[in-house]
Write a protein that binds this ligand. Sequence first.
Ligand code: COA
Length: 343
Amino acid sequence: MPAAGSTSSSRDGLGLPAAVLAGLGTCLPVTEIHNADLVALLDTTDEWIRSRTGIAARRRAGDEVSMRDLACEAGANALRSAGLETVGGVVLATTTPDRPCPAGAPEIAHRLGLGQVPAFDVAAVCSGFVYAAAVAAGLITSGVVDSVLVVASELYSRIIDPMDRGTAVIFGDGAGAVVLRRGTAAEQGALLAFDLGADGSGHDLIHVPGEREQPDGPRWFSMAGRKVYLRAVEQMAASTSRVLKDCGWSPEAVGALVPHQANGRIIQAVAERLGVPPGNAVCEIARVGNTSAASIPLALAAALATGQLAPGARTVLTAFGGGLSWGSAALTWPQLRAVHSEF
Ligand code: COA
């Protein structure tokens, strides 16, 4: 039974149709911003950033690069990884659209040569990838389409105040994408359970003001770090517990817990609270920082490259972000090769 205010669903019959992970692609801007580069500008230290967040570097896209450019690269890489040239739809998760209207997904579908497939955006901030994957899985299992490209692409450098030490040291740019296709719950890669939730009472804890809220001056991203930290640990642990229960998996049996890469200490605290072995919690924040919705697919690719993620591993994704919003998903990891590029 899902907790009040949260929704979970599972594919408990193995013959049931399910969305199956078939491809994984990522893309990062080439420019690396190291802690030392920020120390030169801000009242901060390498020691503070590393010890409080686990971050050593993050990527920053050049002014000429758009969120859609990174999304197209990651999407093309995911299609290559899946060995597919077409899919039945595109869902884009982003907090940093290049423009308010229209959604970015239709243009991404067009640029990737996917034809006139359904394409739209999902706005769930750092939970965006899990939300988008859940929506895509619903489209697949309900028979609307047989496959979906789910892309998460973020250019936080466009909304972060470069002089705000509370956020400038944390966030980075990047994109990740997966291909989901129709299959059965018995297959490796099948998404077996989802849990989604939101609590709008915390809407102002992570936000970018609108024009009416702040008519003058720049409208930067802001985050009440400490309050969000506590809520993130609590909700990611609770949401993960719900999908574990739906799958009948014990925390010790989780081969890879892949949380949103918000903060290394949050990742360890979530694993500890759940009883997931600490070495099985994927923490890839050091090289790329917090890339919001893109962080889970980027962490999946990094964990695959280091061997932390292997075929058959019981894998749980869990995210928390603005809204406030959270979401988790469970799958057994399939045999696949991720494709990466830099832009
Ligand atoms: N360098 C040096 N000092 C800094 C700093 C920086 N870059 N950023 C903040 N500080 C200072 C603060 O001003 C504060 O100083 P004070 O005690 O004199 O007031 C002190 O460090 C502690 O600040 P606090 O915010 O309590 O630190 P923290 O341990 O909570 O770490 C975050 C801050 C942002 C790293 C952490 O709260 C966090 O990761 N929050 C959650 C992020 C998250 O989950 N996001 C989810 C969606 S993205």
